[in-house]
Design a protein around this ligand. Structure first.
Ligand code: SAM
Length: 187
């Protein structure tokens, strides 16, 4: 078994979920790791919509996709993820990925925030198709603080269990504030 860091943990399930031809969303594009994975999995007949509020993230992701010849498989938006439902129909998306926090290598001051993150998750849950998957990597402590983690988890705990299966995993022997991987499956 590989050393499963939080992003690899969720990517394991993303790989099980996404099929050739699927529509996917990367809600926090950053340096494009998840956008690239989704684009590879969805293939030429699929499509990825990716969001970030920082120009640097778009630039880094564009370069990344161009190196792999996958730029036509993705549409990149410099726009907050809370507006994702402008660009996809309800019930049409196979997989939505949130990797919260700040841009690795960028300013720690520009990061996801509790209010917009919860609004974006609500929109994402509408867009997911049945048996669709929404993944989250949640960070806390340090520059991330605790507000976003607490707000997001308390929102997720109240989701209707007839509509959504919500699974939170835990790194139980890691000190301080280990990241939290979450899967939400639309029933
Ligand atoms: N998945 C990325 C990757 O593969 O490199 C890493 C994402 S990084 C941890 C979080 C990103 O969320 C940052 O690039 C940040 O600019 C972005 N972000 C912050 N607020 C946002 C918002 N409201 N809408 C979309 N992206 C946002």
């Amino acid at each position: 078994m590989e050393n499963l860091q939080v992003t690899e943990w969720v990517q394991h399930f993303i790989r099980q979920q996404v099929r050739e031809g699927d529509l996917c969303i990367d809600a926090t594009m950053g340096n494009g790791n998840d956008t690239l994975l989704l684009a590879r999995l969805a293939g030429k007949s699929g499509h990825v919509l990716a969001f970030d509020i920082q120009e640097q993230a778009l630039k880094n992701t564009e370069d990344r996709l161009a190196r792999e010849g996958l730029e036509k498989s993705c549409t990149l938006f410099m726009e907050s993820h809370e507006y994702m439902s402008r660009y996809a129909r309800e019930g049409s998306v196979s997989c939505i990925v949130f990797n919260l926090g700040y841009l690795p290598g960028g300013s720690h001051g520009i990061a996801t925030k509790a209010g917009t993150t919860v609004r974006a998750i609500k929109e994402g849950l509408k867009l997911l198709k049945k048996k669709g998957l929404l993944t989250l990597c949640i960070y806390s402590g340090g520059d991330s603080g605790f507000e976003e983690k607490e707000t997001v988890l308390s929102f997720l705990k109240k989701l209707n269990p007839r509509e959504f299966l919500v699974i939170q995993a835990e790194y139980i022997n890691r000190p301080s504030h280990p990241p939290i991987p979450v899967l939400i499956i639309k029933i």
